[in-house]
Design a protein around this ligand. Structure first.
Ligand code: NAD
Ligand code: DAU
Length: 341
């Protein structure tokens, strides 16, 4: 059995990745190491094959906890664990530095110590800053680092640490940079699940600024498939930009969701803009497509339909996530209160 050490696997993308690995790689088992912050949700892990999925609650910035949880024969580390929300990083950057920067270095040290074969850092297009609106410029793997939010800066710092571990210690690393993910099990602080859950409750939908900021959207499973390709086929030390060539203005996203839900556009409420709000993200995924032989399977239409259907069918998930009642679930499931150990 091949053992993967997945961090942040109770979050939105990490849990989709764990599901994909367990479904598609029968000879793999997963140690899922997650601190269960507000964004980590044991509900995201229901129905997984318990013989190949081992959940350990722990903090990636805690060296001893990482050592204790990581099996001697760990084949690869895939690091999803992070503070991931830009708005929270604007309020306070402390946790972003601790988890995203210190935590990544702790994992890199553990990878060397345990002679782990490969380290995959799940990063973001936001490390490359913001593009002009004219539509002719794209992020490539050679774009300069220009992080604009504390979140983006912490992820850029993590990328530098990964690069340094590769250069200095010959650690086998791969860094993936993706754009905005959407799909099932995303915490409703992010635009798409926020719009869906508010609209389902007939609540107003907040749109920042003029609503014309552009994001490059990708269905979460397509992102996870690309990470799997990078793990298996990526060149050591390389960066891969992942995107589905799907740029949309925020207002178009919001209107599409309201229309599909049959809700009135009068629910839209323009609110104060995010500080330092990046105008446009757009990824050129040509290198990933060519080198890794990867292409997205979902279109914007099919991905958004699946996403909306999932939230409609999982109103309990939304209710628990919104109320924080998933903590009660945790106590029932693991026999201990969140924060007790
Ligand atoms: P998320 O916020 O949904 O999940 C993060 C997970 O990490 C949670 O389960 C949380 O409990 C865990 N975590 C946080 N701090 C931890 C710590 N100190 N130790 C252990 N676990 C900890 O995030 P997501 O949207 O699933 O993003 C996952 C990764 O992908 C992040 O690294 C993020 O930067 C990156 N990314 C996200 C997107 C996106 O659109 N969401 C796009 C590109 C890259
Ligand atoms: O590009 C990749 C990044 O995408 C990831 O690295 C981040 O982890 C992820 O959170 C996401 O960052 P964004 O800031 O782009 O995502 P968010 O869903 O917060 O916002 C998407 C756009 O919608 C952005 O332009 C801000 C806007 N927005 C967001 C919220 C929450 C609104 O207009 N209203 C809102 O209420």
């Amino acid at each position: 059995m091949r053992t993967l050490f997945v961090t942040g696997g109770a979050g939105f993308i990490g849990s989709a990745f764990v599901r994909l690995v367990l479904d598609e790689l029968p000879s793999c088992e997963v140690t899922n190491f997650d601190a269960l912050t507000y964004a980590g949700n044991p509900d995201n892990l229901t129905g997984l094959d318990a013989s190949r999925h081992h959940f350990v609650r722990g903090d990636i910035a805690d060296r001893e906890a990482v050592r204790a949880a990581m099996a001697e024969n760990t084949d690869a580390i895939i690091n999803f664990a992070a503070e991931s929300h830009v708005d929270r990083s604007i309020t306070s950057a402390d946790e972003f530095l601790r988890t995203n920067v210190v935590g990544t270095q702790v994992l890199l040290d553990a990878a060397r110590e345990r002679k782990v074969r490969r380290f995959v850092q799940v990063s973001t297009d936001e490390v490359m800053g913001s593009l002009p609106e004219d539509g002719n410029a794209y992020f490539t793997e050679n774009s300069p680092y220009e992080p604009n939010s504390p979140y983006a800066a912490s992820k850029a710092a993590a990328e530098h640490l990964v690069r340094a571990a590769h250069h200095t210690f010959s650690l086998d690393t791969v860094t993936t940079r993706c754009g905005n993910n959407y799909g099932p099990r995303q915490f409703p602080e992010k635009l798409i699940p926020l719009v869906i859950s508010n609209a389902l409750h007939d609540e107003t939908v907040p749109v920042y600024g003029d609503g014309r900021n552009v994001r490059d959207w990708i269905y979460v499973e397509d992102h996870c498939r690309a990470i799997l390709h990078a793990l298996e086929k990526g060149q050591s030390g390389a960066i891969y930009n992942i995107g589905a060539r799907n740029e949309c203005r925020n207002i178009e996203v919001v209107e599409a969701i309201l229309n599909k839900l049959g809700k009135p556009l009068s629910l839209i409420r323009y609110v104060k803009d995010r500080l330092g709000h990046d105008r446009r993200y757009a990824i050129d995924p040509a290198k990933t497509e060519a080198e890794l032989g990867w292409l997205p399977l979902e279109t914007w239409e099919s991905g958004l339909r699946k996403t909306i259907d999932w939230y409609k069918e999982n109103s309990e998930w939304i209710a628990r996530t919104r109320s924080g009642a998933y903590r009660e679930f945790y106590a029932r499931q693991y026999g201990t209160e969140v924060g007790a150990d």
